[in-house]
Write a protein that binds this ligand. Structure first.
Ligand SMILES: Cc1cc2nc3c(=O)[nH]c(=O)nc-3n(C[C@H](O)[C@H](O)[C@H](O)COP(=O)(O)OP(=O)(O)OC[C@H]3O[C@@H](n4cnc5c(N)ncnc54)[C@H](O)[C@@H]3O)c2cc1C
Length: 565
């Protein structure tokens, strides 16, 4: 597969979700003359941001302050979040909501015209702004409209296959135009990776099929450290097929009930009950089912009936629709069967508070990055906020970076290597199919690196992942055609996921403690003395994986030794 087109822009943004579009808007508002291109493997409004239901956090009420939001976020993170980064997140939240409002986001309102806010897990105040239960959908369309108004080029259905770095600096990316099958070289002075999460590594999950962690793997392959990947959020309330039922359902007052009709959260988090942070609630549901108090030994009930039809229809209309269409129950009259579902990538590309990675000209924002504001457990409503706050910041920082810089020329040999890699993949006819490999990876991940982990399970998981990586070297792309070759896309995505799966495994095995989403049956306590630190995994010169650690930034909030809700 040869490069058939070369394109040139000042700034490249990979990803057209909330983070990527926020970055693009910031640049074009600050300097409309800058030539920005957004590249996305799907049409922008199909990015996973559009699936966000429950809302976006900001301290807006008279009885609230961003410092309260900061405290709740740091405690919810099991003290692993960097406090200077959380300070930026929370203190900029109010202005960001005002900016989204100005752009035309249709936030729900109170009678007096102020923006309405609902309760969310782990928060001591109602601070989640929402647009019914379709918050992400509305925000994504709003930002996309704004992007269309401006001088922003969008290449959609372009799949990025590599990020090209030479002499320690960013040169450009290669991307397949899926419509024609042509390989493009897109060069720029800087890139912002905004490629979202990697939930699909675990197979069934609340995530879209496109959430395969591509950008995290691209950065890793380029030699950038990946941070805290062992922390993978499992959301408490998914339907049995994995589809998400928003935390907003509990925020509006929904109950979790076991087979005896008991609100069992009183035994696990007596103060916060159903609105304890997600890691607590997910583990509690799992333990109830394990103890034989689940329904059909498989699930528990989310009961919304007492909220009444009017509230369900006005605040949770999509949840009602999803429950009726995918679980066959109408929440107005029946409880919804739910169980935990894989949801969110807390770790990601290691960046500083200015969204810079360690490679000159490479920035990252949104779910693919780890700045880190979520630490070991993200609070609901904080990731849409992160995507927008740090999306804008990445735009500003990139703009500063490209001042007085010219384009970097690239050695032809770098492009040739990528052309040859893709050609070899396409020409292989005698290897293994990708689908079974993928299924084995998903099973290994959910079995060995799920809600409860231990040394034996994880060791056998890692052995399996290493075996799969070897087998992947001989994988076959069955479709040899050019137009919309999704078979090729799925194979490339599987390569990205296998890289990340191994990083998750390494970090999880090395972290001999329990913290947030990483719960070990063999080390059940949080261990600040040894593990209040970020995990970094990177490739060394020989291509081997290397693990190291980095201190957590602590400002005013002193880490506790034990966490209760
Ligand atoms: C069902 C669901 C509900 C959620 N609800 C909430 C909520 O209520 N509140 C909240 O705060 N958070 C919520 N989240 C999390 C939140 O939606 C995400 O963390 C956030 O939207 C991520 O935004 P992003 O811009 O980083 O990435 P995304 O919106 O995922 O966008 C990623 C972009 O990268 C592009 N891309 C990826 N790989 C490639 C490639 N190889 N080549 C080209 N393009 C590529 C994609 O095309 C896409 O445009 C929810 C998540 C899910 C799954």
């Amino acid at each position: 597969m040869d490069v058939s087109k070369i394109k040139t822009h000042d700034v490249l943004i990979v990803g057209a979700g909330l983070a990527g579009l926020s970055a693009a808007l910031e640049i074009s508002e600050m300097d409309p003359a800058v030539n920005v291109a957004v590249i996305s493997k799907v049409h922008p409004v199909r990015s996973h941001s559009g699936a966000a239901q429950g809302g976006i956090n900001a301290a807006l009420r008279f009885d609230d302050s961003w410092k309260g939001h900061l405290y709740d976020t740091v405690k919810g993170s099991w003290f692993l979040a960097d406090q200077n980064a959380v300070r930026i997140l929370c203190s900029e939240a109010k202005d960001v909501i005002a900016r989204l409002d100005k752009y035309g986001a249709l936030f729900n309102r109170n009678e007096d015209g102020t923006i309405a806010q609902r309760a969310f897990g782990g928060q001591s105040r109602k601070r989640t702004c929402f647009i019914a239960d379709k918050t992400g959908h509305n925000l994504l369309y709003t930002l996309y409209e704004q992007a269309m108004k401006r001088n922003i080029t969008i290449y959609w259905e372009y799949f990025v296959t590599s990020m090209l770095i030479e002499d320690g600096a960013f040169k450009g990316i290669t991307a397949i135009d899926l419509m024609t099958g042509e390989l493009n070289y897109i060069q720029g002075k800087a890139v912002i990776l905004a490629t979202g999460g990697a939930g699909r590594i675990y197979g069934q999950s609340s995530n879209a099929l496109i959430n395969t962690g591509d950008g995290i793997a691209l950065a890793f392959r380029a030699g950038i450290a990946v941070k805290d990947m062992e922390f993978f959020q499992i959301h408490p309330t998914g339907l049995l097929n994995g589809i998400l039922i928003t935390e907003g359902a509990r925020g509006e007052g929904g109950y979790l009930i076991n087979k005896d009709g008991e609100r069992f959260m009183k035994n696990y988090a007596p103060k916060f009950m159903e609105l304890a942070p997600r890691d607590f609630v997910a583990r509690s549901i799992h333990l109830e089912i394990q103890a034989g108090r689940g329904i059909e030994n498989e699930y528990v009930h989310l009961d919304l009936r007492h909220l009444g039809k009017e509230k369900i229809e006005s605040r949770l209309p999509q949840i009602r629709e999803i429950a009726m269409n995918f679980a066959g129950v109408d929440p107005v009259v029946e409880p919804i069967p739910i169980r935990p579902t894989v949801h969110y990538t807390m770790g990601g590309i290691d960046v500083n508070n200015r969204t810079q990675t360690e490679i000159t000209g490479v920035f990252a924002a949104g779910e693919c990055s780890c700045v880190s504001v979520h630490g070991a457990n993200r609070l609901g409503g904080n990731s849409l906020l992160e995507a927008v706050v740090f999306g804008f910041i990445s735009g500003r920082e990139t703009l500063k970076f490209i001042q007085n810089r010219g384009l970097n020329t690239i050695s032809k040999s770098l492009l040739t290597t990528e052309e040859q890699r893709l050609s070899a993949l396409l020409s292989n006819s005698n290897g293994e199919k990708a689908a079974p490999l993928r299924e084995e990876m998903e099973n290994a991940m959910i079995t060995s690196f799920g809600i409860f982990r231990n040394e034996n399970l994880m060791q056998s998981g890692l052995i399996k992942l290493l075996e799969l990586q070897k087998r992947y070297a001989n994988v076959v792309v069955e479709d040899k055609g050019k137009i919309f070759n999704l078979d090729l896309v799925r194979v490339l995505e599987l390569g990205y996921m296998l890289d990340l799966a191994r990083i998750i495994a390494m970090g999880a095995l090395a972290r001999k403690e329990s913290r947030g989403a990483h719960f070990r049956e063999d080390y059940t306590k949080m261990d600040n003395a040894n593990f209040l630190k970020h995990t970094l995994v990177r490739k060394d010169e020989s291509g081997a994986l290397e693990i190291s650690y980095k201190a957590v930034n602590i400002e005013d909030i002193k880490p506790l030794e034990e966490i209760r809700y």
